[in-house]
Design a protein around this ligand. Sequence first.
Ligand SMILES: [Mn+2]
Length: 357
Amino acid sequence: MKMTFRWFGEESDSVSLQDIRQIPGVSGVMGFLDYKAPGEVWTEDEISAYMEKVHGAGLECEVIESVNIHEDIKLGLPSRDVYIENYCATIRNLSRFGVKVIIYNFMPVIDWLRTDLARVNPEDGSVSMFFDNSKVEGLSPPDFVESMQEGSNGFSLPGWEPERMAELKTTLEQYRNISPEMLLENFSYFMNKIAPVCEETGIKMACHPDDPSWPIFGLPRIGYSREWFDRMIEACPSPCNTLCLCTGSLGSNRDNSIPELIRHFGSMGRISCLHIRNVKFMGDRVFRESAHYSGDGDLNMLEIVRAAAQTCPEVYVRPDHGRMIWGEKGRPGYGLYDRALGSQYILGLWEAVSAPC
Ligand SMILES: [Mn+2]
């Protein structure tokens, strides 16, 4: 297992590389070029400059989170072939700088969604992201994005970049006649086109689940259950077709047992990355993002880590969204303190479950 930390780049993150370097047991970042739009080629010069900074701070960058998929690929438009070619060029370029895994998601139009980005937890004054499904019902995505942006502390949220949002209405219209089956076909087309390049360069693609893990706003979705992920793997059996199993995203849906999902896909060799975090249910499809500690939420972190240590011991791990604590201000979910605590908790569990009896 390699413990890592997400890093959005100097301009886009309140956390510095040195901050990350000082967290015990964290060997690298899950890196990102924050200025690249979906569909663009990441050039060697751009990657080289980024890697120089990360390596200069004494950290690795073997995972990229994310190279986003252009909407035309998900929609299956004829223009997708150009964007897939660009994606292949990016895969080749990243592989020359030691990258082993590329995370992405296949969610139409909207990325992860919360109804409150900064909800104060009354018992201790910490601040969590929160989701209440009843607040989404009856709202249109554009109304929704507006309320999300207001609470983002001035940071642009991943997947909610202004350029993408400008075209939101048109894109929503284009999805009207796309069923989940068709989305799966478009996924299959994409994966099977890029698989030879992944195999030749040794890169694994890691699909991040939909968040929250059920269909939303009437849009087609395929990445939220064991059944759908089984079908996604069948659609492209290449070993490069893997998951970034996010315990909080999949855990938002109570039908998903996270330790079981990890055992299932881990023993198939299909988990390259794990995002580990906890959720606290507060009603039906109502939850908040809690501290990583099992006792603070509803997921069993010990069983999650045990399943991972037993079925995918070589996985890249990072603590996922944390709360805002100790007065910290930062990108929602991506402050330093709570995620650093989370990393130490996960490392402790991992050490304990891996120790010989
Ligand atoms: Mn995640």
